[in-house]
Design a protein around this ligand. Structure first.
Ligand SMILES: [Zn+2]
Ligand SMILES: [Zn+2]
Length: 392
């Protein structure tokens, strides 16, 4: 690829600056966390040129995930930081060693992984030995630098390898997935975390078998993605336990065969057993509530598998009766990022979307980037299942 061609990529940003070299730092608009539990600040920052194994991506849309809220509110990430980890956009420039991506490519961003540890080598990057540092450390792990700065002072970036709450993101090429240019980028960002977490839990981690039954606890973006995946795999009973009536209704439209309101004073465990031939083959907790996880475990038939992906309180203990689990041969699996290898799984999810089996638009409501704090609030209060901010 000629540099001349790279340099002709039009500047479509609204930063008001003249066209600059694609291999120079660029101005970008970013939402910065300055203090925990306070609104994100919309600020101008500098975004460095990509290094050899990186690309710089002009963001089109970024989904908001509960983890963004958790990190804004004090999960240990260094401040100031630009969050955001469900980005989708267009490659603006590429590092010199990048061979599989070019400016103009449409891409979905996903989480970071080292690529060399034993789990990465066996294509299980969600269990990368360096997952926490690479995705929450705020810097490139090899030299402690961030690609983001403001008036010469570094701003932490690299959140999930991307920090996509900014109009430009520097991302390692290995966590960028190229997609067909005909696809709507404003819908695809959440494939990089929330959607692949829920769908991947069912398809990759639990490996749900056709005709088998599943109970899904919580019908947010992750739980509803699990519902759609279970339906796509032709599950038998798909039972959804969710207190919000609107979400129960949507779960039914997306494939749930039974929905239950756990607040009605009914015996949720008995209701699941009644709906699922005395129990279910799989149970998936997306809530992180320990009492819910216990109900999920007790709802399982012999040889059933419990998947856990909700974030519990830091001091939570496993609430289960071990003899009860033992007597049924229950498997328990904690699931990160849906056991996904994004390079493999995101194309599979896009194929499901194109087949009409993953109607992402049913979950998403868009906000202008300038309203990112309203979008964060909509995640917190549950009024929107998957807010997505648009950069143009
Ligand atoms: Zn690794
Ligand atoms: Zn996430």
């Amino acid at each position: 690829m000629s540099r001349t061609g790279v340099d002709r990529i039009p500047d479509t940003h609204t930063d008001g600056l003249p066209l600059q070299s694609a291999h120079a730092p660029r101005r970008a608009r970013a939402a910065v966390v300055r203090q925990p539990r306070t609104a994100l600040m919309l600020e101008d920052i500098e975004v460095a040129a990509p290094r050899d194994d990186e690309v710089r991506v002009r963001m089109v849309a970024t989904g908001i995930c509960h983890t963004d809220v958790v990190c804004r509110d004090g999960f240990p990430v260094p401040l100031p930081i630009v969050l955001g980890h469900e980005g989708a956009g267009v490659v603006e420039s590429v590092g010199d060693a990048v061979q599989n991506l070019a400016p103009g490519d449409h891409v979905v961003l996903s989480f970071n992984s080292c690529g060399t540890c034993s789990n990465c080598a066996s294509r299980e990057p969600a269990y990368c030995h360096q997952f926490l540092g690479l995705n929450f450390g705020g810097v490139r792990l090899d030299d402690g630098t961030s690609p983001l700065s403001q008036e010469g002072k570094p701003i932490n970036g690299n959140f999930f390898g991307q920090s996509s709450f900014a109009s430009l993101a520097v991302v390692r090429a290995k966590n960028v997935v190229r997609v067909d240019r005909a696809l709507p980028l404003e819908l695809l960002g959440p494939l990089g975390c929330g959607i692949q977490t829920g769908a991947g839990a069912v398809m990759n981690a639990l490996k749900l078998r056709t005709g088998r039954s599943i109970a899904i606890f919580g019908a947010g973006a992750v739980g509803l993605s699990a519902v759609m995946a279970a339906r796509a795999l032709d599950a038998g009973a798909i039972i959804v336990v969710e207190p919000n009536a609107q979400r129960r209704a949507l779960a039914s439209e997306l494939g749930a065969t039974t929905t239950l309101d756990p607040r009605e004073g009914t015996d949720t465990l008995a209701a699941i057993k009644a709906a699922g031939t005395a129990g279910v083959d799989y149970a998936l907790d997306t809530t992180g509530i320990t009492a819910v996880a216990n109900v999920a475990a007790e709802a399982l038939l012999p040889n059933g598998v419990l998947g856990l992906l909700g974030i519990p309180p830091p001091d939570a203990q496993m609430p289960m009766n071990i003899m009860s689990l033992f007597a049924r041969g229950i498997g328990v699996k904690f699931i990160i990022e849906g056991d996904s290898d994004p390079q493999v799984f995101i194309p599979q999810l896009i194929a499901l979307y194109q087949a009409g089996k993953l109607p992402l638009e049913r979950l998403i409501k868009t906000f202008p980037f300038e309203q990112i704090n309203e979008a964060m609030a909509a995640t917190e209060d549950g009024s929107v299942i998957k807010p997505v901010v648009l950069f143009q």
